[in-house]
Design a protein around this ligand. Structure first.
Ligand SMILES: *Cc1c(COP(=O)(O)O)cnc(C)c1O
Length: 230
């Protein structure tokens, strides 16, 4: 089932790329298979079926799985990170999508320095200003971007966002379009110490629209693994 679902998602991504307007970059899309609340067996199945990147949202769960997973794969952190857990985060993750404050970035930079790593990160933007979600407001973004880009043990690679959960994914389109515009603006800042190349947006219910609007990373759980049991 996981295998078939994965193929279906990959197909929908491919079709989404084909439907992009000419003004949108024609980048390929990195699919993050979101395995939170699913066991290591499900992770293995997805990886063996071709998933190259997995996404987790909680450090404790990720640490436990990291220690048992006998497969080589890219690890992505997509959930809110507390500053007291940065040590584990830099040990495990290839890309941290959810940097939502300068304070967290500073702590991550320190932890990365201690282990001699340059940690790839994205800044999470709360474009819709939803109080239930973390993320940087648009107005604060330029200042935080510059500060994070200057941290030596972080490599700023782009932006991430979570769209509000509209009933109909078409309703997320204007927000995704605005995010893409913002991503282009950040690219054009030509930050010397950053390498702005990733725009992470789109989940099971709206990744098709996100890809059409220029996402080059999508984070998909339910559409691959089925409903999560909590
Ligand atoms: C859980 C989660 C996802 C995946 O959600 P699905 O609806 O299961 O695809 C994507 N992004 C973040 C930040 C998440 O926490």
């Amino acid at each position: 089932m996981i295998k078939e679902n994965l193929k279906k998602v990959q197909q929908i991504i491919k079709e989404g790329i084909g439907r992009r307007r000419p003004s949108v970059c024609q980048d390929n899309v990195k699919l993050i298979a979101v395995t939170k609340n699913h066991d290591v067996e499900a992770m293995r199945e997805a990886i063996d079926a071709g998933a190259a990147c997995i996404g987790e949202n909680r450090i404790q769960e990720a640490v436990a799985k990291y220690d048992c997973l006998d497969r080589s794969v890219e690890w992505h952190l997509i959930g809110h990170l507390q500053t007291n857990k940065v040590k584990h985060a830099v040990e495990i993750f290839d890309l941290i999508h959810s940097v939502d404050s300068l304070k967290l970035a500073v702590e991550l930079d320190k932890a990365a320095r201690k282990i001699g790593k340059v940690q790839d990160v994205l800044l999470q933007v709360n474009l819709a200003k939803e109080e239930s979600k973390s993320g940087i407001y648009r107005e604060e973004l330029p200042e935080i971007l510059l500060a994070v880009a200057a941290l030596e043990n972080l490599q700023l690679c782009g932006l991430m966002c979570i769209a509000p959960n509209y009933g109909d994914s078409e309703q997320a389109r204007p927000l995704f379009r605005e995010m893409y515009q913002l991503f282009q603006e950040v690219r054009q800042m030509n930050l010397q110490t950053a390498d702005i190349r990733f725009l992470s947006m789109g989940m099971s219910h709206d990744y098709k629209v996100a890809v059409e609007e220029g996402a080059n990373i999508v984070r998909v759980g339910t559409a691959i693994f089925g409903q999560r049991q909590y």
